[in-house]
Design a binder for this molecule. Structure first.
Ligand code: FE2
Length: 328
């Protein structure tokens, strides 16, 4: 009996703490971006504004599903997603409210939703990483469609289970349709492409001589160079506008359920502020979306294809294609 009372007591204290916590937070954020990256940003934001933020961390897809289930009853004011697909899906379900123009205008037009429902906080480019010892950059393929060419037989690495790879396939599917996308997937596979668990493994595979070329995100090389400035790998883009140069984004939106839009907007302006942008792009090696500067960033944006990031919500179709091609 005493034990039961103790448990009831603890539960009551727990509930009080949850209630108390919720009532004192000025903003609730659902974050698909990692705690290691987001916590320091929240700390600065709280110091600067005096607003208190409560964060729920999770996978981007998992949180997007939670938001859709919670609907108008969600406690979340802001959702910070790792990729455009989730933002597109939530926009289409009416989960986001319109952002003010001044926020939208802080980024290039392609890096905000066409309906002003979300804004990109950083970008990452798809690139081909290649061995500087075994590949002459002059002979690199000019289009991602050239990876089916004999010249690259058995020399390509990819990571079919990786979220960024799948987002890229979704973009190809959107731009070129299922027939072309299926042919490309099967063509590269039949060209002896090696499957890697993730992008880091691709970079290591190129450096160690297992493979010569890998399709990956731009920042993995930059991270590898931190530990080894002479890491024998370089990044290259395909020709201007090639789908293989796609830039995906992480971004934020404010929920329609939010009653605290002023605090939510202040938070988004803070994320796009030059200082915050500099801090987290230096941490992650991603590209800043607001206050663009630097040649490499500009090159990546100029070479990237003009795709509608907000309509990349066809992940299920992508996964089906990958399964049919025997890649998952
Ligand atoms: Fe990544």
């Amino acid at each position: 009996m005493k034990k039961t009372l103790l448990i009831i007591g603890l539960v009551a204290v727990g509930l009080f703490m949850v209630y108390n916590n919720r009532s004192t937070a000025d903003l609730i954020l659902y974050s698909g971006r990692s705690k290691a990256l987001v916590d320091p940003i929240i700390e600065r934001f709280e110091q600067e504004t005096g607003l208190r933020v409560e964060v729920r961390y999770g996978g981007t897809t998992q949180l997007a599903v939670a938001l859709m289930e919670e609907g108008v009853r969600t406690p979340a004011d802001v959702f910070w997603a790792q990729d455009a697909g989730a933002l597109g899906a939530l926009s289409q379900s009416g989960m986001f409210r319109t952002l003010p123009d001044d926020i939208i205008q802080m980024v290039p037009y392609r890096y905000a939703s066409a309906q002003n429902l979300w804004v990109a906080t950083s970008g990452r480019a798809r690139v081909m990483a290649y061995s500087t010892t075994r590949v002459n950059p002059e002979n690199l393929p000019s289009s991602i469609f050239d990876l089916t060419n004999d010249r690259w037989a058995g020399r390509i690495a990819w990571a079919p289970t990786n979220g960024s790879f799948q987002a890229f396939v979704s973009a190809m599917l959107q731009e070129y349709g299922p027939q072309t996308t299926r042919e490309w997937l099967e063509g590269v596979k039949n060209n002896g492409a090696k499957n890697y668990a993730n992008n880091n493994a691709i970079l290591q595979g190129i450096a160690s001589g297992e493979t010569d070329l890998g399709i990956t995100n731009h920042y993995y090389l930059l991270r590898s160079r931190v530990g080894d400035p002479r890491f024998p790998v370089e990044n290259a883009f395909f020709r201007d506008g090639d789908i293989g140069n796609m830039i995906n984004i992480a971004g934020v939106g404010i929920t329609t359920a939010s009653q605290r839009t002023e605090a939510a907007e202040t938070f988004i302006r803070f994320l796009l502020h030059e200082e915050t942008q500099r801090w987290f792009t230096e941490e992650t090696f991603e590209y800043a979306t607001a206050g663009l500067s630097g040649t490499e960033i500009r090159t990546a944006y100029e070479l990237s294809p003009e795709i509608d990031l907000g309509s990349l919500d066809n992940l299920q179709e992508t996964l089906n294609l990958l399964r049919e091609a025997g890649l998952l």
